[in-house]
Ligand binder design. Sequence first.
Ligand SMILES: Cc1cc2nc3c(=O)[nH]c(=O)nc-3n(C[C@H](O)[C@H](O)[C@H](O)COP(=O)(O)OP(=O)(O)OC[C@H]3O[C@@H](n4cnc5c(N)ncnc54)[C@H](O)[C@@H]3O)c2cc1C
Length: 560
Amino acid sequence: MTDKKRAARPAQNAHPTPTQDERSQVVAEPPPVETLPDIPGRINYSEEIPDAQEVNEIVDRLLSTQPEEQPHMSPTGEFDADVVVIGSGPGGYVCAIRAAQLGARTVCIEKQASEWGGTCLNWGCIPTKTLIASTERLHHVQTAGVMGVTISGEIGFDFAKMMERKTKVVTTLRNGVSGLLKNNHIRAVVGTASLVDANTIEVVDADGKTERITSKNIIIATGSVPIMPPVPGLAKDPADPRGVSSNGIWTSDEAVYAKECPKRMVVIGAGAVGLEFAYVFRSLGAEVDLVEIAPEILPAGDKEVAAELRKALKKQGIRFHLSSKVTGVEQKDGVRIVTIQGENETKTVEVDVVLVGAGRKPLVDGLNLDKVGVQVVSEGPMVKRGIVVNEYLQTTVPNIYAIGDVTGKLLLAHLGSHMGIVASENAMGHQVKMDYRAVPAPIYTSPELASVGLTEDEARAQGYDVMTGRFPFRPLGRAMALNEQEGMVKIISERKYGEVLGVHIVGPYATEMIHEAVVAIKLEATIEELMTTIHAHPTLSEAMGEAALDVKGEAIHKMR
Ligand SMILES: Cc1cc2nc3c(=O)[nH]c(=O)nc-3n(C[C@H](O)[C@H](O)[C@H](O)COP(=O)(O)OP(=O)(O)OC[C@H]3O[C@@H](n4cnc5c(N)ncnc54)[C@H](O)[C@@H]3O)c2cc1C
C-alpha cells in the first residue's frame, strides 16, 4: 500500500456504506448534528471511524429516539409516504427500489404509462444499443468471408424489422421495470408531478384528474431533453409529437423511431449520441457528414483516444467537419440544404435528414422549484446546468433530493442509478457521499470507446506530474483471432505514488473492458498493481496489463 493510500484509508472508512443489517433496520433520520456549510440543513458527520460497537450504538439510539425526534415520520400517519420519486428513468426507478428495500413507503411517479424506464429505456441507451447490435451483426455477416465462413445469397437488412426488434426489447424491459416496482410494493402513479411545498407533490393525470401526495422526502429524477441550437431553419415541425418528424429535422427521439434509413444526412455534434447515430446510419449505407464545433470529436474526452476513434470512423466513410458549425438549414422540395461554416470555408450539403445531437438540458420546467426554494444553476442562454445538489444529493431544500440527468452532471444512466441509491440511503437516514471519480463513460461505435477518470489534459491541468502508457490491440493474439485489431488502451498515472488517474480505451469490447479500470480507480490502485495483475491469455484485456507496463517503459510485446 502506498503512503497516499494509507493516508486515505481512514477517510474512506469514515462513512462506511451501510451494512445489509444496518440498511434493513434504520428507517429513521440520523441524530441531529451540525449543518454543512454549502447547503443549510445538511447533516454533518465526524471524520472519526466508528467501530462496530459504535455503529450498533448509533443504530440503537436512532431506533429508540425515533418516535420523539421524528414526529413527522409516516408511521405516525402524518405523511402519505416516506419517499416519493418523480420520474422513473434509471435514476428514479432504481432509487424507488432502494428506498423500498430500506423499508420506506415509496411512490414513484411517471408522466406517461408508456415511459416507465425513462429516456434510457425508451429513447436512449436501449433502443440505440439494440439497433447497433443489428448493424454489428450485419457487419459480421458481411465480413464473414475473411474468417473462412461462406454465406450464399444476398446479404442485406430489413430496417422495419430492426425497428420492430428494438421495440420488442424496449417493451420487454419496460414491463420489467413496472414488474420490479410492483414486486417491491412501490406505488406507481402515472401523471405529471409538480411541487406544492417541501412535503407535497401534486400529480395531474392525462384526464386532468389531480391527486396530492405528501411525503417526508422527495427525490427529483425528471431527466433531460435534447437541446435544439438556435440555428435558422433548425426546428422540428411544432405539430409533430415526440418521435415523429415531418420535416427531416431529427433529435435522437426521432432517430430511434425512424421509419426508414436516410440516404444522406448531417449529424450535428460529435458527442456520444451524435457519434453512435452517425455510426449506425453509415453502417446501413447512409452518407453521413458529421459537424462538430470543437477541433476534435468528443470534446470532453481524451484527445488522443478521440482522434483514434475519429480515424477509424473516417475509414468507414463518415465525413468529419471539425471546428465547424451548421449556420442554416433550408427546406426545398423535400430536401434539407445545410450550410456548414468551417474555419476557412463555408459549404452546403443536401440531405434527407439533419440529426441534432448537440447535447441535452435538465428537465425542470413545470416542477415549481422556485416556489419551494430548490435552486437550479443556469449557464448560458440555452443550457441550464441543473438542480444544485450537495455530496449527499440534497438540494437546497434538505428533504428534497435530485439525481440523474436533472442535476446536470455526466448524463449517464448508470450514474443516475448510483445517485438514486445514494439519495435513497441518505433519505432513509444513512450518510453516503457521492464519489464521481470512477464513472465509466461508454460509446458504442465500432470500435467502441470507453473512459474512466481523468484525461491527460485534465490530469496536467490539475497539476499532476503525469506519466502515460499505451498499448495497441493490433499485436494481440485475441484481437487477431477476432479480426478486431483497431485501437489501443491508454493509461494516465501520476509519478509520485503511481496512482492510476485515468484509463481510455478505443477498441473492440472497450465498454466491457473498462471495468477493470473502474475498479482500479475506485480503489486508488497504482500502476505497479495494474502491471503485476495477471491478465488471462489470450484476451483483449492483455492490452491493459501491457499499457500499465508501458507507463514504466516495460511493455513486453512492444517493438522499440
Ligand atoms: C440516444 C441516447 C443514447 C444514450 N445512450 C446511453 C448509454 O449508452 N449509456 C448511458 O449510460 N447513457 C446513455 N444515454 C443517457 C441516458 O439515457 C440518461 O443519462 C438517463 O436516461 C438519465 O436517467 P434519469 O433517470 O436521470 O432520467 P430519464 O431517463 O430522462 O427519466 C426521467 C423520467 O422522468 C419523467 N418525468 C419528467 N418530468 C416529470 C414530471 N414532472 N412528472 C413525472 N414524471 C416526469 C420522464 O417522462 C422520464 O421518464 C443516452 C441518451 C440518449 C438520448
